[in-house]
Design a protein around this ligand. Sequence first.
Ligand code: DAH
Length: 345
Amino acid sequence: MSVEIFAKVQQLLDEVRASSISDAEQLEAFRIRFLGSKNELKPLFGEIKNVENERKKEFGQLLNDVKQAAEEKYEQLKTSLGASGARGKGSQLDLTAPSEVIPQGSRHPVSIVLNRIIHIFEKIGFTIAEEREIEDDWHNFTAMNTPEDHPARDMQDTFYLKDSTKELLRTHTLSVQARIMTSEKPPIRIIAPGRVFRNETISSRSHCQFHQVEGLYIDKDVSFADMKQTLLYFAREMYGAHTQIRLRPSFFPFTEPSAEMDVYWGLETEDDYRITKGTGWLEILGCGMVDPQVLLNCGIDPEEYTGFAFGMGIERQAMLRYKITDIRQLFENDTRFLKQFSGVI
Ligand code: DAH
């Protein structure tokens, strides 16, 4: 009897020594088998009473050897497996652990609004024209009927390139009109989005760079009514189906007659009062019938063709849409600001 039991304990000791463990799951099985509350050694301790007296001590010693060997092995493996990065159960690679969060980018609010404007005009057949940011005086001013002594030409407003009075950073996307009219034949139906530059003091309301979208439609018999309907369509797509617009007479050197378009914003909250200066109306763009002199300057016969044009600032639309009160936020690339737009397209 005691020979068998001795052999059994010896076998356990051999198994403890020989067991190969390479991951956390195997280690846990090992712990349960040799050290857990129902481990295989326990019943053998109870067998001591059946061992003949002169071998009891030897038997007890052997059992303790197994227990100690199991404990040592367990402790040692626990540290080495832990250090090699084993986490949880299964393999060293824990497939159930939550993955690391991949930071999600977001579109810039200016891009979001611009995409929307482009989409609205594309639906009614306008194509996109993109042109250079470094322009010459002729395309930016002269062709657009802006006389030599016009204040917009003042060095204060325009960034001229070094040592040049001819090359400048375009002050408006109007320059694209001149580029397109001199290179394409009517009918012309384009919108021209892009960056523009003005030598202005940077503040919460103005910046030395911003974005505009220019619109130009030239064909036979294009009327002021066509322009009004096009802009009404735009305002309703942009600001809601029931948006009201009004056209206020204005002046621009490149259009005649000229107007500024307001949308009715509402006068319900304190913010509405502040944004609309107490009128409820908000100016969103300048527009008008292309001045015949501009058509002539660009080689288009004003007797045959007429057209309308409009121009709007994109930052302004973005600020209104997202209630942004400081234009500088649109240029600082602060991710805390930008990530508020994640998910918006
Ligand atoms: N170029 C004007 C500006 O920068 C905006 C503008 C007004 C463009 C009337 C137009 C227009 O095409 O017809 O403020």
